[in-house]
Ligand binder design. Structure first.
Ligand code: HEM
Length: 219
């Protein structure tokens, strides 16, 4: 049986990879504030980056493969640890954990599943375009601007960002614990602060474009 610490390390490493991706994705989304053209140019640029050395969408595919591996690793280790915790609790003489720790464990598991559901919806919305909010458009910027011109489009994404924020806040903290970074009280305080700052940057950064569009600040 794989040891829990190995599972947790895989979970922490894949989680850190997601954070890197989220920071890049969030930064890319902010391009919409510079207007439709800037955003479409950026969307085109990530597809043609490295050409002709790389094929079209080459870099995008490297990133996609990394993301798929990380999702499988993160979900698989999460499920394995969840099952293990449940089995541990069925042993009669082990007291059921309750209160703080248990609340966070539940929030991470159900919140994680909610984020997974959001990612599938998100891919259907912007990447595969099988779901539309507003009308279908050929330009990526037009799709984003039309979607977030609808309050309910913004509401779906804002709700997902709340789940993401909660997951990140505790996930960054948990990853640091797994990686053994909490060597002193001062360190623990620094980790707590880092998780708050990183989470705030990602959540606020992601929410700026939808709200800016909803309030008519982007045209
Ligand atoms: C308000 C928040 C977000 C907005 C406005 C947004 C916007 C977009 C857009 C417009 C695309 C398509 C880009 C293109 O034309 O190729 C996209 C792709 C994607 N987004 Fe987001 N996104 C948001 C949050 C997130 C979050 C939180 C995650 C992950 C948890 C995520 C994961 C992805 C993935 C995996 C893709 C597919 C990239 C690919 O083509 O392989 N997004 N997003």
């Amino acid at each position: 049986m794989t040891s829990s610490i190995v599972l947790k390390t895989v979970m922490a490493a894949s989680g850190l990879f997601f954070i890197g991706y989220l920071l890049l994705h969030m930064y890319g989304n902010l391009m919409i504030l510079s207007g439709r053209e800037a955003f479409d140019e950026y969307a085109h640029h990530i597809r043609t980056f490295g050409e002709p050395m790389l094929p079209e969408k080459g870099l995008l595919w490297v990133l996609r493969v990394g993301l798929i591996v990380a999702v499988v690793a993160h979900v698989w280790t999460g499920m394995a640890l969840w099952r293990r915790a449940q089995q541990a609790r069925t042993t009669r003489y082990v007291k059921k954990r309750s209160g703080y720790g248990n609340f966070y464990a539940k929030a991470m598991r159900w919140g994680g599943l909610a984020i997974l559901a959001f990612v599938i919806f998100h891919l259907m919305h912007f990447t595969w375009q099988t779901v539309t909010i507003g009308e279908a458009h050929a330009s990526p910027a037009a799709r984003v601007i039309d979607s977030f011109g609808h309050w309910w489009g913004v509401a779906i994404y804002a709700l997902a960002m709340i789940f993401l924020g909660m997951h990140l806040l505790h996930g960054i903290w948990g990853a640091a614990m797994t990686l053994g970074l909490n060597t002193s009280l001062r360190r623990a305080e620094q980790i707590r602060l880092t998780s708050i700052v990183v989470t705030t940057i990602i959540v606020v950064g992601f929410l700026i474009p939808p709200f800016a569009i909803l309030f008519g600040l982007v045209d």
